[in-house]
Design a protein around this ligand. Structure first.
Ligand code: PA5
Length: 464
């Protein structure tokens, strides 16, 4: 596994008094070991089924590959309908591993259907999609674990209606349902309509589901080697078996983030230096925010835990947010993602000989420029006492992406255990869902509707 974690720039060694000392790390060793113990004890149990995902999917992987190859032959477009944990993983992995302009490539080079993820209910966006796809040549993968999410089910209703009008009974061949085995509406509809179905294991929650059929089917359809992704996750899992901070990269990062939160660093910035990894930061933002942002701990004490995730992109955001990172409050931990080698490169040609301020670039490559800019930004931040660490991937391929996702999931699980919170629930999200049901007058939400009506009458005073 060639993913390394470099946390020198979190330590007093590099940051001086704003850093974390070896003694502080040692003080947290017991807490880290107990978090490790807790996570290991829960492996495959409760909502930790995601820890089995790298190991127990041989059969489903075979079916996914067979389905993917049928889709590739038969369809021009593959559309994921889902939201949150049912969409961010497929987006992140597709963007990380496929050609930057995949959908624009000719079919011969693409070797698979065009790929879209519709993770919102903005009518303009869905209508825009209908402008560029022929639904008769499209397969829709409806992904919802609960089978009840309003956004996804609305999309489903629109699509199935459209398909039935155009194709009658054949509509069912255009829908694949990825959902719970026996809970929620989608599985019932799938059985009734005869859709092909993939199961999201009960013990795997939305934001931890990318390495389940949620992410594996979309990835396989666009030609990503899902067996390599799972192998990367397995190898990372082995790296995370040690209970010692110095030997377990996810445990080290969790402990550093935990101490940082105690120091008042309540913002976690993820800044990959590769466009292809931009949406890994999006996926991580959900994982980190929804897992750790909790009002109460496991004993019911009010803790208001969590760190606000911020998504940034190197080098683009050097020209915007980095000013704040350097000179604003000391309330951030920055996670850089560095790439050992890009999939391709471009040499900056000779030119501008009379302009030394430009000419110094000539003969260098764009990947060198990316890397040097990362090192320069990191140096500058560190010199100013700004906490940062770097996750370095040797390459951007299925193996390393599987390993990276698993590393970040482990880091989140350990951090949640250290905070003594329920990492796997999301009452704050459910609250919003319930309020939306009430607004629509859904049966069973009458009390909620009443509560909302009496909460505070809209005041004219604060509207201008
Ligand atoms: O992580 C989570 O559990 C959530 O973000 C869900 O993935 C999201 O709310 C969508 O839920 P579902 O897959 O049930 O439609």
């Amino acid at each position: 596994m060639s993913i390394t974690v470099n946390y020198n720039n979190m330590m007093t060694y590099a940051l001086g008094e704003r850093g974390i000392s070896d003694a502080q790390l040692k003080e947290h060793e017991i807490l880290a070991q107990s978090a490790h113990f807790q996570v290991e004890a829960g492996r495959g149990r409760g909502m930790q089924g995601w820890m089995d995902s790298p190991y127990d999917q041989a059969e489903v992987v075979k079916t996914i590959k067979a389905t993917a190859s049928r889709i590739k032959k038969k369809f021009d477009n593959f559309v994921v309908l889902g939201i949150g944990g049912s969409a961010l993983g497929p987006i992140a992995v597709f963007t990380a591993l496929k050609h930057y302009y995949y959908n624009e490539l000719p079919k011969k080079l693409r070797k698979g259907p065009r790929f879209y993820v519709v993770d919102n209910v903005d009518p303009d966006r869905l209508n825009a999609l209908f402008d560029v796809i022929n639904v008769e040549k499209t397969v829709f993968n409806v992904i919802t674990k609960s089978g009840a999410t309003s956004e996804t089910m609305s999309q489903y209703l629109i699509i199935i209606d459209m398909l039935k009008q155009k194709l009658g009974d054949k509509a069912r061949e255009h829908i694949i349902a990825t959902t719970s085995e026996n809970k929620g509406n989608l599985i019932k509809l799938a059985q009734q309509e005869g859709f092909e179905t993939f199961t999201i294991p009960g013990r795997v929650g939305g934001r931890f589901s990318e390495l389940s059929p949620v992410g594996l089917l979309p990835a396989a359809v666009v030609g990503i080697d899902i067996s390599r992704m799972l192998k990367g996750a397995r190898d990372m899992d082995r790296k995370c078996r040690s209970r010692y901070i110095s030997k377990n990269p996810a445990l080290a990062l969790a402990t550093l983030q935990y101490i940082s939160m105690k120091q008042g660093k309540n913002i976690s910035v993820m800044m990959p230096y590769a466009d292809s990894l931009k949406y890994i930061a999006d996926w991580y933002a959900q994982l980190w925010a929804e897992s750790l942002g909790k009002e109460v701990d496991k004993h019911g004490n009010i803790v208001n835990a969590g760190q606000t995730p911020v998504k940034a992109l190197g080098v683009t955001d050097q020209h915007s947010q980095v000013q704040l990172y350097n000179e604003g409050p000391y309330d951030k931990v920055i996670t850089f993602i560095e790439v050992g080698s890009f999939r391709s490169d471009i040499v900056i040609p000779e030119g501008c000989e009379d302009f030394p301020d430009v000419h110094f670039l000539c003969g260098h490559t764009l990947s060198e420029l990316m890397t040097n800019e990362l090192h320069a930004t990191r140096y500058n931040l560190t010199r100013r006492g700004r906490a940062n660490y770097t996750i370095c991937l040797d390459a951007i391929d299925a193996y390393h992406i599987g390993g990276l996702l698993y590393l970040l999931q482990m880091q989140t699980a350990y951090t949640g255990a250290m905070l003594n919170i329920d990492t796997y629930n999301q009452p704050g999200v459910e609250g919003g869902k319930d309020a939306a049901y009430a607004l629509f007058g859904r049966q069973g939400y009458e009390d909620k509707a009443e509560e909302m009506r009496s909460f505070k009458a809209d005041s004219e005073k604060y509207i201008i």
